[in-house]
Design a protein. Structure first.
Length: 292
């Protein structure tokens, strides 16, 4: 098992031929090498989609635009470098997936990369517009148009991420099962990864504009996975691993506790998001301790 880093990930491996087996995830029959390639593609997908667009930064950009640039300092945007090799690989998923799934992945990634590029290009255009004081000529008409497009683009990112993860996850799970075939802790490892996936979905939903009922549903989903994970049989011959597993569940409880507090208050803020991310990072750390 490879460790996960927040938010997810391992180095990129280009997918080799997998023989085009199966029409869906359930019918795939991965060998060990093929399974590792699918997992690598999945982990790289998570890494790249997180690095390319920081929704916290985008929220600050939109807030700045909505005020017609009338704030003291424009937001500083520091983009995490993403290599062309990585993006090219994601656009070429190979045939470890059925052709229909591979085609969908290509479509989603082309859209994701385009939206990501336009989000940051819009900000550059807006800053130039404000700096040149062109708003004096059109009473902010162009600036308002840029802001409108920025909000429309920003709304697409969570949906695209969700579509990518929803498509990839069943294949990654199938591949994970292949790599864990003879591992006595298989069920516990898969339960841990399922918890992490649900927490990441929750963080994707989180924003100041998030609906309380949506975050409550996300809370319930994480809690259900946690309850199921806590009922797995303890392995007497793996006391140290079981102790780390129990510790993982305790930190999931801490994440849930923080989210429960925010649901009770009904306030979803940047600070609240950062608190949840901090709890999430602790969950990742405990998961890595468990599988190490």
């Amino acid at each position: 098992m490879k460790k996960i880093t927040a938010i997810s990930v391992v180095s990129l491996l280009l997918l080799a031929s997998c023989g085009g087996k199966g029409k869906d995830a359930a019918s795939m029959d991965y060998g060990l090498e093929e399974a590792n390639e699918v997992i690598s593609y999945y982990n790289t997908s998570i890494d790249i989609t997180k690095k390319m667009v920081d929704m916290g930064e985008i929220s600050k950009i939109i807030d700045y635009m909505q005020k017609n640039g009338k704030t003291l300092v424009a937001p500083v945007v520091i983009r995490t470098p993403v290599s062309a090799t990585d993006t090219t690989a994601l656009l070429n998923p190979g045939d470890c997936f059925p052709s229909s799934a591979a085609d969908s992945l290509k479509m989603y990634y082309r859209r994701f990369f385009d939206v990501s590029k336009r989000l940051y290009a819009n900000y550059d255009t807006y800053r130039d517009y404000i700096k040149a004081e062109d708003y004096k000529d059109d009473n902010y008409a162009k600036g308002n148009e840029i802001c409108k497009e920025e909000k429309e683009l920003a709304e697409q990112i969570p949906g695209l991420r969700s579509q990518i993860y929803a498509l990839l996850t069943p294949y990654a799970n199938k591949a994970e099962e292949a790599t864990l075939m003879d591992n006595p802790l298989k069920d516990h490892i898969l339960a841990g990864k399922a918890l992490i996936f649900e927490i990441e979905k929750t963080l994707e939903l989180y924003s100041p504009e998030a609906k309380k009922e949506d975050l409550q549903a996300a809370y319930d989903a994480v809690n259900a996975k946690k309850e199921a994970a806590s009922k797995l049989e303890k392995k007497a011959d793996f006391q140290s691993e079981m102790s780390n597993y129990d510790n993982l569940l305790k930190y999931v409880d801490k994440f849930l506790g923080e989210l429960r507090k925010q649901l009770r208050d009904g306030k979803f803020t940047e600070d609240g998001y950062n608190d949840l991310v901090s709890e999430y990072n602790d969950v990742i750390s405990r998961y890595n301790s468990f599988i190490n």
